[in-house]
Design a protein. Structure first.
Length: 256
């Protein structure tokens, strides 16, 4: 069901907080984290949930089960969206100047949720700036930063490459590189990002199928689970493609 917490005024207070935030560079680490968590919650509650609930709401309207509270929620969500769109470019700047790995990871979580809600940055040129910052963040030693960068790339590939189509293959290559990371948590995030990329109609190359099959033997359970999903979606995407099966001199389909 849709979240109706706005009726008690809590959403209004959150909106007031957002409207006052233009820069957080001077704040302490804890306050920065609180701010970005608050913004992520707003995105999840009003933008991401709205996207997920749209088909259900259309069905309710069809059968006249849609009440005024739903319209009120949509109005608040639209207001939140406008306010956040005016400020989302600031997140890229804060990511660039931030030194704390914890704060970086929180900003990246916010950006990941933003792209998952099918949103883009306010200025189209900021997508390329974000791409440069994401590559820089991957050199961070903190695994949470790397994991969240990969999530942003997976969910945001369409937005990031919207002004420069050549970035799509570059993003795919970069994400694929981290499927061989020594850290299993980072490997898992890389495979999850590839799955997200495939879901966004960025069809993965069939050459990756063998890598996914190899990942089925990974010593990390999370990687094995995502690899199994990737093997399945690849077999659906290339049902007629034939590959060599180990120890056989004939071709078989990827998945029987």
């Amino acid at each position: 069901m849709l979240n109706k917490t706005y009726s008690d005024g809590s959403e209004k207070r959150e909106l007031d907080r957002v409207s006052d935030i233009t820069t957080v560079a001077a704040f302490s680490e804890d306050i920065k984290i609180q701010i970005y968590i608050s913004l992520s919650n707003l995105v999840s509650t009003h933008l991401l949930q709205t996207v997920q609930e749209a088909p259900r709401e259309n069905s309710l309207k069809k059968y006249k089960m849609y009440d005024e509270k739903d319209d009120e929620f949509q109005l608040v969500s639209a207001t939140v969206r406008v306010l956040l769109q005016e400020r989302c470019d600031h997140w890229v700047h804060q990511l660039k100047v931030e030194r704390s790995a914890k704060v970086k990871a929180t900003i990246l979580t916010l950006l990941s949720n933003w792209f998952e809600a099918n949103e883009r940055l306010h200025q189209s040129g900021e997508h390329e700036a974000l791409w440069l910052q994401l590559k820089a963040c991957l050199s961070d030693l903190n695994h949470l930063v790397k994991i969240n960068v990969l999530r942003v790339l997976g969910r945001g590939i369409t937005a990031i490459s919207s002004t420069e189509r050549s970035l799509g293959p570059d993003i795919l290559t970069l994400v694929g590189r981290y499927t061989n990371s020594q850290d299993p948590r980072v490997r898992n995030a890389a495979f999850e990002a590839l799955l997200e990329i495939h879901k966004q109609e960025s069809k993965l190359d069939v050459i990756l199928y063998k890598d996914f099959c190899k990942a089925l033997d990974d010593d990390y359970e999370g990687v094995r689970k995502v690899a199994l999903s990737l093997v399945y979606v690849m077999s659906c995407a290339y049902p007629e493609h034939l590959i060599k099966v180990s120890n056989h001199n004939r071709n078989n389909r990827p998945l029987q």
